[in-house]
Every structure is written in C-alpha cells, then in structure tokens.
Design a protein. Structure first.
Length: 749
C-alpha cells in the first residue's frame, strides 16, 4: 500500500521535501506533538561503535538528534569522532532558545563539526571514510532539518490525505557524493515540514533476510515509536548490532503528561491492523472460526479478568471451556454444511436435468418436487454399503472440519500463551534490572523500572488457573522489591512494659537509659523492663495544671502544663513544681528541649523557636532564635537539635543553622507523610528519626535527607513519643499504656 516517489534532487545547501497535500497540513493555530524513541543493541562492542542521541527541546517533542555508527575495532580516532559529535550536539542544544534562527544555527553547527572532525583526523591516525556513518538533525516548530554522511537507513514517511504513506528514502542523498571528504564531511542539508501522522526513522542497516523493508514499514506505521523499535529488534539475530531513532507526529494533540505504552496492547493492535489490511485487500476468504471467535471473545475476556480465586475462579474456568467447546461444535457444523452444500452444487451443476429444474424452479415447482422425490427414492434404492459409505463420508467431513476448528483455536491459544510468556519474561527482566539498580543505590531508576513491571503485569489477561497463579507469584515478588525500594520493613514489636492501673501516660522521656512517664495529673511512672511493667513513684506536686509534654534535663525532667507553665519533675525527690520561665507569654507551645543547658521552646503560632537561658530559679524570659524564615511553621509539631535545628511539620522537615533556614531536601516516601508527631536526633547520631502516627511507622533519614528505612507496625499508630536507643540498636515507641520496642535493623547492617 506504499508509494515510492522518484529520488529527490539534492542541492548543496538546502533541499526541501515539503508536501503539496494541503488536506494533511496542520492548521496554524495547532501545535503538533512529536513522540520519540531511541534503541540500541551492540552485542560485540569491540567490533564497532554506535551512539544514538536525542536531546528534548520542548514538551511538544522538539528535539536535537543524532545517530552515529563507526565500523571497525574502536580506537582513539573512532572514539574521538563519536565524542566530537556528541559534544557538538550538546552545545548546540544550549544555544537554542528565544528567537534563534534554527536553520542558520544548524548550518553553523555543520560548519563547526566539519572543522572539529578535520582537526581530529589531522591529529589522529586516519580511518577509511566508508567506516563512518552519521545522521544528525533538529526538529523545531513543525520543521525538521537534517544532514548526514554514509549508509544509514533514513526514512521519511508522509501520510497523505488519502491515508496512504509516501516513502522518502533520504539515505541516497547522503552517500556517494564526490564532494565529501574528511575536511568537508557535511555538505548538504535536507529540510521538511512535519504533519499529522508523519514518521521519521533513522537506523543502522538491517539485512532483508532478517526483516524486509515492507515489514519494517508496516511496524513503523502501526506501533508507537518505542514499541516499533522494540518490535523491529525482535526480528534481528542476537548477534546483529542495531541502533535506531524514531519520531512520530501525533494525530491529535494530547493534554497532560505522556501516557505509558502497553506493549501487549501494541502487539495486539498490530495483529488487528494486519488482519484489517488483509480484509481490505480482499486477501481473506470467509472464516467461520474467526467469526465465532469474534462473537465469543468479549465474553471470554470478561471471564478471564483477574481478581478471582477459589470456587469463583473454577466456575469461570468451567464456563470458558463450555463456551469454547460450543463454539468449536458450531463452527464444525457450519463448515460441514458449507462443504456438503458445495458438493451438492457441483453435482447439480453437472446434471443438465437438474440445471433445467433449478432454472425453472419458480415456474415448475411440482416438477421440482417430483424430481427431488425421485432423487430420494434413488438414494433409498442404493445398497446398504453405498449408504454407509455416504454417511461415513459425511462423518469424515464433520470430524475434519471440527479438527481444523479445534486446531485453529489451539493455535490461537498458543499465540496467546506465547504473548503471555513474552510479557512475563519482560516483567522479570524489569524486576531484575530494578534489583540491580538498588545495588548501586539508584532508587529512582529502580522505582521507575518496577512501576513499568507492575503496569505490564496489570495488563495481562488470565486464561488459565496456572496463569493466575503465575501472576500472583510475580506480583508477590514485585511487592517485595517495592518494599525494598521504599525502605519498608514490617517489624515485630515487643511490649517491654505495660501500665497495670487506670492511669495513662501523657509524656515520656529517657534519663540515663531509664524511661520515665508523667501522667496528666502529675504522677511519675518508671518503666521497669525486667518485670515488664510501669512502677509508680509516689510524688508530691505543687500548683501545676495537667502535664502536656516533657524533656530530659540531666537527671530530672522539665515539663509544660496545660497553662503553659514550665515545671520541674525532680526524679530523686519525686516532686513536681512550677519554675520561672517566659513560656507563659508564647501563643502556643508544641515542644521543648534542653540543649547546652539552655531551654528551647517551639511555638507554632509564633512561628518561632525561643531560646531561654538558665538562672537560679528557672529560666530567663527568652529571645527569638530564628532570624530568617522562608517557610510557614504554623503546622510545626516537634523539633530536635544536634547543633542545627530540625523542625518537624505534619508532612516535612525544616532545617535551621544559626537561626537561618537552610535548603534541606529529603527523599519522598510512599505512603506520603501526613501526620508526623515526633522527631529525634543528636550530635552523635548519623540519622534523623520521625514518628508518623497516621501510617504506624518510624521513618529514618540520614542527615543529607536520604531515606534509610521505614519501620511499620499498626501498633505504632498509638504512639505519643519516640525514644531512640542507638547504643542498643533499638527504637522504643511510647503509647498511653505501653512501651513498645523493636530492632533498628539499619544499625545492624
């Protein structure tokens, strides 16, 4: 269905392949979107060099591109040639922007490349010009400019208004020119307009024994660029070196981010397109099997949908078998009937008398009836052996037709199995690649690969119970890798102590390795890990309100009550009394810490950390410590100090140094942080710990913001305080009635 025009005329400077087909042009107010993809496979890197380059310029698909193939064993000359082109294209990208004249700038690029390559050949040992093959170009504002040398396959496929493709083989314009030398390599430029449906393809040469030009063109016009290059590569010998770049103009502009292509759907779409082409060309005969399959396939597809197991799955499988069996029987009967009808027609057509009867049937119905009665009587008069032979022939025809139908269905199933296994292999490859990326701490690439694997897995249809089991098995493997990427570890927590009375813990802190809990009414409990309980310390209290939060002060605790009054819990004397401070003047108090004997108080409403110096009867009124703030702290929950100050909001961390907010980025986690309530670090620790109550987890970062681990357990959703014991490699979460502990495995590695 393709039309090849005569070769284009080549001019030394600019050559156009603009189209006169006005119906296919894009209107002036419509911005085209160009999809692009590149692919390379080099089984033997010691035999040649291949480099394919695509530098995007805009969201609509504008790009700088280049494909280089250098034959012969890679040496310094060949490698410098490739590096020179890559470097020039990268620098060319940096010069584009604003109202730059792209055609003029592209000509300047070619001049600079000619000079650079000439300099390389003067400094290095020359190689044969026939070893060097390159095509470079730029797509900008619905136009494409390209130049090249050598023998790379370069196709421009323009879709006309009649929905046919006109093929331009541009490589003939780049090779065999007598003006081409190492001193003047790029001597011509081709330019063309891009329209809806157009395809531009550059690739290394492929033997016609591996894939014909017609097959390749069929793939290019059927699949998106990434799927097309992958499909072409599947036709090649594993030892064949292949590099390619493909651009395709979208038929309609798409809004939003580019959608991921489902290779399984693409392959099925290719098969459907080929079948439609055969029908349009009249290459097919009536196919009863395909007709029946087209009717039953929607039902079978629904019955094959994933997500069922047990009795329901078995019932679906039984229904699928019944439908397929019934379909096979119907096709067999129709085929047998058609075959018998053709036999009767042949017999009737060869009988003059019968022909006359048929011709005059409307006029001589009684005669026809008599004639048929005579035929029936003749059949009855046949010998038993002849009758048995006739019935046997009919039976053979039916069996043969049924066998062919079953064979067709089996072949279809085999094809589906092949596609299924191919997709399974691809999913496993992506999973293995994700695991390999994790080894090098490239979590971003690992997540990208795993997301692609999960997307492919979700598209697989389920035809058999074995396929369902296989999908479930791989889904579990992908889930394991995803947990590793996210740093998630589901931990077993142990209860190291539990309150046996009706009292509940309002706040807790650790003093010299011992955890003390203050109740709202001023009671003191000591965590007794040996007996796994909270032992009550009888205490006396002065005029204080309900205890809200506390912090460690040497061998005692300082606390804030519900009236924003600062108090001191003397652990040795078992007393709780208010002390002097400036906390009462703050609009709110979210957390407090003692650092270098100074009291630091976090106030979310004031968006400030207030520093209070000690004095004989308590602390001074305090001064604002934050001097430069860019973020909003009205959602502050907690803070911690290691010299720098880390303020915890419900969903992020803000870092301050010497009172000035710092740029601090930390890895995103999944699920996202939504209800973080406590944070901890100190000077000796290399990590920052966050208690996220909403997800029941403790998140661990290093101090550069890199995610180290996520420890998850539903019991952690009840946490009120986070206590980290890095010396014991454990983490303790305090709830209102329990002290829960689990191993910090990142400290064990």
């Amino acid at each position: 269905s393709f039309y090849l025009p005569p070769p284009l005329t080549l001019y030394t400077l600019i050559v156009n392949w603009k189209h006169d087909d006005c119906q296919s042009k894009i209107s002036d107010n419509m911005q085209i979107i160009v999809k692009s993809a590149k692919y390379s496979s080099i089984p033997d890197p010691d035999s040649l060099l291949i480099s394919n380059i695509v530098y995007p310029l805009s969201k609509t698909g504008d790009a700088i591109f280049g494909l280089v193939r250098v034959l012969g064993k890679p040496n310094n000359t060949r490698m410098r040639l490739v590096e020179t082109i890559e470097d020039r294209l990268r620098r060319f990208k940096e010069t584009l922007g604003g109202d730059v004249n792209v055609p003029r700038r592209f000509e300047q690029l070619l001049q600079a490349l000619n000079e650079d390559i000439s300099a390389v050949m003067q400094e290095e040992k020359r190689i044969p010009l026939s070893d060097f093959h390159v095509v470079i170009g730029v797509i900008n504002d619905n136009q494409i400019f390209t130049s090249g040398v050598g023998n790379l396959s370069t196709l421009f496929m323009h879709r006309s208004a009649k929905q046919r493709f006109v093929i331009y083989e541009l490589e003939d314009q780049f090779k065999g020119n007598e003006d081409i030398t190492w001193d003047k390599l790029f001597v011509s430029v081709l330019d063309g307009e891009l329209n809806q449906g157009d395809i531009f393809y550059i690739a290394t040469r492929i033997s016609a024994r591996e894939i014909t030009l017609a097959e390749m063109q069929d793939i290019l016009v059927t699949l998106p660029p990434s799927g097309a290059l992958k499909r072409i590569s599947q036709h090649l010998n594993p030892k064949t070196a292949y590099g390619a770049i493909c651009f395709q103009v979208l038929e309609e502009p798409e809004a939003g981010p580019p959608k991921k292509i489902n290779p399984l759907s693409s392959i099925q779409h290719l098969d459907e397109t080929q079948e439609q082409t055969e029908v349009l060309l009249g290459a097919q005969k009536p196919d009863f099997a395909k007709w029946v399959i087209s009717i039953t396939s929607p039902v079978l597809k629904k019955l094959s949908a994933p997500g069922t197991s047990g009795t329901k799955s078995a019932l679906k499988q039984t229904m699928r078998l019944l439908i397929r069996g019934t379909a096979a029987l119907i096709v067999a009967l129709i085929t047998a009937g058609a075959y018998l009808l053709s036999i009767i027609k042949n017999i009737v057509s060869r009988t003059p008398a019968a022909y006359k009867v048929a011709k005059n049937a409307t006029k001589k119905a009684p005669a026809l009836k008599n004639k048929l009665q005579e035929k029936l009587n003749s059949f009855k008069a046949l010998s038993p052996n002849t009758k048995y032979a006739s019935f046997g022939l009919i039976l053979v025809v039916i069996v043969l037709a049924g066998s062919l139908t079953i064979f067709g269905i089996q072949r279809s199933n085999q094809k589906q199995n092949t596609i299924f296994e191919s997709m399974i292999e691809r999913i496993i490859e992506k999973k293995n690649a994700a695991e390999a990326s994790l080894i090098y701490d490239d979590t971003e690439q690992a997540k990208k690969l795993l997301d692609e694997a999960i997307a492919l897995l979700n598209t697989l249809p389920i035809e058999k119970k074995t396929q369902e089991d296989r999908i479930s098995e791989i889904a579990a493997e992908l889930e394991t890798v995803m947990l590793e990427i996210q740093g998630i570890e589901y931990v077993d927590v142990s209860t190291i102590a539990q309150i046996s009375t009706d009292d509940t813990c309002a706040t807790a802190s650790q003093i010299n390795g011992v955890i003390y809990c203050l109740t709202a009414n001023g009671g003191i409990f000591r965590v007794n890990e040996l007996d796994k309980n909270f032992s009550s310390e009888e205490s006396a209290k002065g005029s204080i309100g309900e205890v809200v939060m506390s912090a460690n002060k040497n061998n005692d605790l300082v606390f804030i009550d519900s009236n924003k009054v600062l108090g001191l819990a003397d652990i040795q004397n078992k007393t709780l009394n208010p002390i002097v401070s400036g906390t009462g003047t703050l609009s709110s108090i979210e957390d407090l810490l003692i650092y270098n004997d100074n009291l630091y108080v976090l106030s979310a409403k004031d968006e400030q950390v207030v520093k209070m110096r000690p004095r004989g009867d308590g602390y001074e009124g305090g001064t604002n410590w934050i001097s430069s703030l860019n973020s909003n702290l009205d959602d502050a929950r907690s803070f911690t100090i290691d010299g720098d100050v880390f303020v915890l909001l419900s969903n992020k961390i803000i870092k301050f140094s010497s009172g000035i907010e710092q740029t601090f980025t930390f890895d995103n986690v999944e699920p996202a942080i939504t209800d973080a309530i406590d944070i901890w670090t100190d000077v000796k620790s290399e990590h920052i710990y966050i208690l996220d109550r909403a997800e029941g987890r403790v998140i661990v970062y290093d101090k550069n913001g890199k995610l180290i681990a996520q420890y998850m357990n539903d019991e952690l959703k009840n946490g009120i305080n986070l206590i980290v014991r890095e010396d014991n490699k454990t983490i303790v979460i305090m709830t209102a009635t329990k002290a829960l502990s689990f191993a910090a495995s990142h400290l064990l590695k």
